[in-house]
Design a protein around this ligand. Structure first.
Ligand code: PFF
Ligand code: NA
Length: 452
């Protein structure tokens, strides 16, 4: 109820695009996309990623917004309403519950990585990057990971920031953040891109990201690319459904979803194009370096470019803000669900969930130091395992359930009503992709990922 009132205050047409873009654009684009592209060989991976965004991500995102706007409630109740009006079991609402659980798990380790950005922000402000090269940058990153106290400090600060916004309500703050700071982040990325063109090995970066051999396409790469397509668009977690539930009835869902998907993809591609040329021009770092890629390559660039102190500080501030608008959208559906389902007060639910995510996050913190040798979770440490189950298992599974439910189970008239701004042909194209392409593709990649 409370959230619906807040939305009424925002009340203008673009709210969904702003909020959904704030949720979508985050660490997934700037931190994760470049490093998993690097780990999975470049071009072939990028191609699969782009195809999955367009052919699977966009149709599923439309389905999620349709559910939300039709239900006008929290994710669990929105799905239940569609199920009831389609005269099928209300238990389809498990889709919503699965999403809330996934959101909670992601929140726990996402906050740890956002904490790294905070740490780098403080280094940048103190002019700390000057003179960094590949080796010293790697050493600095390793030193951060080796220090659990420092990691926990920033993780705690970041979760605190998220709790604050969710406690006071997701109102004007988020809107300003998205309207002003997202474009600023994009401009800064373009500036970095300019620097990469001038000072980096741009040609090699370009080759790496866009050249590919058919033989480079692998099941494992496909599975990672698909999981990331869901992660980056904030799908199958109730976030987009919740934001969709406040969308005015007149707005065209298709157009808005396309806008969000294009913006998200642009940010990811520009981030990659800005980073790889620097990676190739810097001895001591290479594309497959893993989660540290952004934290090693960019400080080297900031350390040697004119105005690097200001740009470096601004960059990490903006990355933190982008991550912040993403974690808000992770925490908010969890809080809404717990409040409505178990009758807890908003403050209590907020504290409880954030506190638990913080506690679980310590497992991720320790994965990089004290528990680095513990690989008891199917050969993975806590951080690796949470990343794996959420991205490779839960997100594709949630997407599969949603595609089946909306494509095959929900009543067609109800869907058509929500998508009445779209032409008959657009509607048919969407429904065909959702019914016939998404489920088998998701299933295949889900299973294929385990084999490879
Ligand atoms: N889409 C965000 C990113 O790319 O960083 C991560 C995310 C936010 C995932 C919110 C899920 C979500 F509900
Ligand atoms: Na994203």
């Amino acid at each position: 109820m409370e959230r619906i009132k807040q939305h009424a205050i925002w009340g203008h047409k673009g709210t969904f695009v702003l909020a959904a873009t704030g949720s979508a654009v985050g660490l997934g684009n700037i931190w994760k996309f470049p490093y998993i592209t690097g780990e999975n060989g470049g071009g072939a991976f990028v191609l699969m990623y782009l195809v999955f965004i367009a052919m699977i991500g966009v149709p599923v995102m439309i389905a999620e917004v349709v559910l939300g706007r039709h239900g006008r409630a929290n994710p669990v109740d929105s799905v239940r309403k569609m199920a009831q009006q389609s005269r099928v079991s209300p238990h389809w609402n498990l889709i919503g519950a699965l999403g809330v659980l996934t959101a909670f798990l992601i929140l726990s380790f996402y906050s740890v990585v956002a904490g790294w950005a905070l740490d780098y922000m403080s280094t940048a402000v103190q002019g700390g990057f000057s003179g960094w090269n590949g080796e010293s940058a790697s050493a600095a990153f390793d030193a951060l990971l080796a220090d659990p106290t420092r990691l926990m400090l920033w993780q705690t600060v970041f979760i605190g920031l998220t709790v604050l916004v969710v406690a006071f309500g997701v109102t004007r703050g988020l809107e300003t953040a998205v309207r002003v700071l997202m474009p600023l982040l994009f401009v800064l990325l373009l500036l970095l891109l300019g620097y990469a063109v001038v000072a980096g090995d741009f040609a090699q970066g370009l080759h790496f990201m866009f050249d590919f051999n058919v033989s480079d396409l692998s099941w494992q790469g496909a599975s990672i690319a698909l999981g990331h397509a869901f992660f980056t668009l904030s799908l199958a977690m109730g976030a987009i459904m919740a934001y969709g539930s406040y969308m005015p009835g007149k707005a065209s869902i298709g157009k808005m979803v396309l806008t969000v998907a294009v913006l998200d993809t642009l940010v990811a591609l520009v981030a990659g194009l800005a980073m790889f040329p620097i990676v190739f021009a810097t001895p001591g770092i290479s594309p497959g370096d893993g989660p540290g890629l952004m934290f090693v390559s960019l400080p080297v660039a900031f350390g040697s470019m004119p105005g690097g102190v200001v740009f470096g500080a601004a960059f990490f501030v903006l990355v933190t803000l982008a991550a912040w608008s993403s974690t808000i959208s992770l925490l908010e559906p969890c809080v809404a669900y717990i409040t409505e389902r178990f009758g807890l007060k908003r403050y209590t639910a907020n504290g409880l969930i954030a506190g638990s995510a913080w506690l679980l996050g310590i497992g991720s913190v320790l994965s990089f130091n004290h528990w680095a040798d513990f690989t008891g979770l199917f050969g993975m440490n806590v951080f690796g395992f949470l990343d794996f189950v959420t991205q490779r298992v839960m997100l594709p599974l949630g997407g599969l359930a949603m595609a089946l439910f909306v494509g095959w189970v929900a009543r067609r008239e109800l869907l058509r009503h929500e998508l009445r701004q779209e032409s008959e042909r657009q509607f048919e194209l969407w429904l065909t992709l959702l019914k016939y392409l998404c489920p088998p593709a998701l299933l295949l990649i889900l299973i294929g990922g385990f084999w490879a």
